[in-house]
Ligand binder design. Sequence first.
Ligand code: ZN
Length: 409
Amino acid sequence: MIEDRRTTRRGDLPPAGARRSRDSAGAVLRAVLDHGPIARSSVARVTRLSAASVTGVVGSLLERGLVREAPEAAGKPGIGRPHVPLDLPADGPAVIGVHIAVPRITVSLLDLRGRIITQVREPHGRTDPASVVTAVAARIAAIRRTHGARRRILGLGVATGGWVDSPHGTIVEHPALGWRDVPIAAALAEATGLPVRADNNSRALLRGELLFGEVAGRARESAVHLFVGNVVDVAFATGGDVHQGPRSASGAVAHLPVEGCREACACGRVGCLQAAVSERVLVRRAMAAGLIDRPEIAALVAAAEGGSAGAVALLRERARLVGRAAALLLDLFDPEVLVVAEAGVNQLPDSLATVRAEIAAWSSAGAEVERVVHPSSFPGTVLAVAGGAVALDQIYASPLEFQVRLHAS
Ligand SMILES: [Zn+2]
């Protein structure tokens, strides 16, 4: 499929970044992601690389099938050598994304623009690590049988809640699943033969926002990402770099105390943020009140969309608590962009308005709240995007060496 897009003109380009990228191939590939179809001369301008280095790097990227020449997007032929613009291949290489949640696994296939080619969601059978790895590997094998002939699969990214040590590829602790020190990257690499990288939900989704989110340009200045599902976690980035921390423990806000909350938390205390806003608690309440007939957050959001006042009220209360926590994060980091990935906020104007109002009331954002606070760029597909974004982040960081980097675990 060839996309009908006009070549980016010089005047459309933003000013060249203040910093030069550490990896010139990564900078070129991101320029094509951001602006493709784009001429080599414009790539040189936006990346501040010399024309000669761009030509060299583009040659290597073309060889690996990571970019393609897009003659259909070239302007009318003029005098001299025609400039064939560059674009990402529409049917080109892809990555596998794996998300391990409390109730289910999600396995997806994403193209280089982060678009979902296919995804499967499956409830866990057994939840011990070995059984989950076996189930994930079977799903990946099925996807490769269906799509492997057309799509070269470059790598695999895993995202999950809890504490993930990304450089070592281990899930240090996932209390809700009862996992400790699980070498997930090595296990999936062995089961699939693919290079694997793992990270936690929020850092994974923040990488997606920085690459191809709605406000990616501003988020690359500075951004905070708050993920609220069954697990609650936070990530932040400055200058496009997601902070990991020496223990990979940054962003653990699950046990922030919430005033007036009496829910028991998995940590043994009462009134933690994660216990107050987790999907399980919310869905349990909705079931008890007869608002939904299956224990799923999507059912509650659908009920609210369908006008159920009880469902709207439950999600509004959750949005209020999430907004209070987000206000604290906003003042702590003062980011250009704060993304709140929560099922209600992602899909219901009422929930988004509640979160924004709460943040405006409790933080320095004030009147700027609409500019700063955004829902996820991946409404309804956060779980399918998260894992793939971890792999894509590595490819865009260092496209000619990403296999080495993915294997760094
Ligand atoms: Zn707790």
